[in-house]
Design a protein around this ligand. Structure first.
Ligand code: FES
Length: 224
């Protein structure tokens, strides 16, 4: 069989294969379609949380990620309704928020039953300190339990407590495989997860903190 010459790739005037992809966006223009507050009911609690988030930033769009998280917490997933409600309060288009939510894999764009998220960092620092064994142990501990979702994740920015995991947003580490069952047990019992290994309990984060109310962490200068 003879193969003919490869047809040339079609290019547009500016050299791209996708028309307009590198056109500069005019960020000063009003968004095209913003949900109408008169026809878009937003739960009071969600509205108040988003407004408080927007006040933290000079540009309200900087609050998009925490605002989407708030809506996801309320709705269980980042549904079209959730995005529309956030867009309504933030005066943005739902499309803008969809572009943000679809980029980050902490947002659920498909409905899922309520569950706990355990993200085990398997990036370089955690990997070198045994993250794969921690991930295996957690996967085994949660096996068959659809309410606990365990997955590997890229660097979560807490390399100093490697190997670590984010459990529903709570950073815990350094972890050992033997911590896995307790993490799952704590989640099932609705308890705070591994309080003595929570990042927030370390003296470098909160100088007044004593992990679990007990002795300082061994890495804490107060322990020596
Ligand atoms: S490599 Fe795991 S938190 Fe950075």
């Amino acid at each position: 069989m003879s193969v003919g010459p490869t047809p040339p790739v079609r290019r547009f005037a500016h050299g791209s294969r996708v028309p307009g992809w590198d056109d500069a966006v005019d960020l000063t223009k009003d968004p095209a379609v913003v949900p109408d507050p008169a026809t878009t009911p937003v739960p009071d609690e969600l509205r108040a949380e988003i407004e408080a988030l927007m006040e933290r930033y000079p540009d309200r769009r900087s609050a998009a990620i925490p605002a989407l998280h708030a809506a996801q917490r309320l709705h269980g997933w980042c549904s079209p309704l959730a995005r529309t409600q956030v867009a309504c309060v933030m005066r943005l288009t739902p499309a803008y928020l969809t572009s943000v939510a679809s980029f980050y894999d902490m947002f659920e764009l498909e409905p899922r039953p309520l569950h706990d998220d355990v993200y085990v960092c398997t990036n370089i620092s955690c990997s070198l300190r045994g993250a794969d064994e921690v991930l295996d142990a957690l996967t085994a501990a949660a096996a068959g339990d659809e309410t606990v979702h365990v997955r590997s994740f890229e660097c979560l920015g807490a390399c100093d407590i490697a190997p670590m995991a984010s459990v529903n947003g709570e950073f815990v580490g350094p972890l050992e495989p033997s911590d896995a069952q307790r993490i799952v047990d704590d989640l099932r019992a609705g308890r705070s997860v591994l309080p003595e290994k929570q990042l927030r309990s370390r003296a470098c984060v909160d100088p007044g903190a004593h992990p679990g109310g007990g002795a300082p962490h061994p890495d804490d200068p107060r322990a020596s």
